[in-house]
Design a protein around this ligand. Sequence first.
Ligand code: PLP
Length: 358
Amino acid sequence: MIKISPSPTLAIDAKVKELQKKGINIINLSLGEPDFPTPDYIKKSAILALKNDYTHYTQTQGILELRQVICEKLKKDNHILYYPSEIIVGVGTKQILYEAFQVLCNKNDEVLIPKPLWSTYVEQIKLAGGRPVFKLSNKTKIILINSPRNPDGNVLSLADIKEIAEIAIKNKIYIISDEIYEKIIYDKKHISIASLNEKIKNLTITINGFSKAYAMTGWRVGYAAGPRKIIETMSALQSQTTSNTCSISQYAALGALLGPQKDLIKMVKEFNKRRKYVCQKLSEIKSLSFTVPDGAFYIFIKINSKNSVKFCHDLLKIAKVAVVPGEAFLTPGYFRLSFATSLDNLTKGLERIKKFCD
Ligand code: PLP
């Protein structure tokens, strides 16, 4: 346990809050959550659940109505057929990922993750006794894909996904597909790997959650869909740890999927506006380079040095702008800028970054 690193993004957020408390004006571009409130219709579902006294333990895998609606969502949006028995709802995508690694990893099993990557995967794989690796080998047990990806907004193409599926089927490798940014996508289309064919579906755990698409980070609802035996084992683990996620949150999530999706569309439109603005402003800074993100609300920016921890430290100290160093994504020489904040904040932040870099 001593070897587990705490979440670097949460640590930066704590540092920012500490400086802000001292009255220092910090522009925080490190955030990993939408800056929008949870839509009203979702809050109303939660209030109704409270009024109806839905305040007790639920089934470990989650209330049946929610799992049924998740199945409908997966059929309609992702073209994958699952039964409610093949779904588990947990305390955020983070817990669901944790359970998936615990269930699938034996000691020293290799989990292949493309870089840059979200560091939680690495720590959770280590907790499960597995080994995070960055190259395919004959010990690879799982390939983890995350599209759109944190931290660079990369979206896998159909050709990429087909190739990964072929490798997985040929070598009997499991796929964990973290699709939490599925809805936050701009010019491209999201494709779920499990939708390709039955063979890859039988090897895949499709993971998603409500945090990003519905601005529900605090409610803690995530889910997995996959082969029944794996889901049942994840459920056994969950039954001995957190039991179910909060009953009220489950009804809120049910409301989120059943309700109108216009808040989501509005939010993504706003993110897209910001994305274009940030890319335009960043392209005016000579010492920085980046690839335009196709999804999520981050840009991963290359700097002129390998030591991005120092760059980010100085940026915070001198320019009073908080971003996340590439080291947090096992990719030094970069930093992650989040545009999940107002255009006003982005304008001020980018002015400060330009001045600092120039
Ligand atoms: N997966 C990725 C790639 C993320 O970036 C995050 C949060 O930042 C999560 C999962 C966790 O989401 P949740 O709030 O559902 O635990």
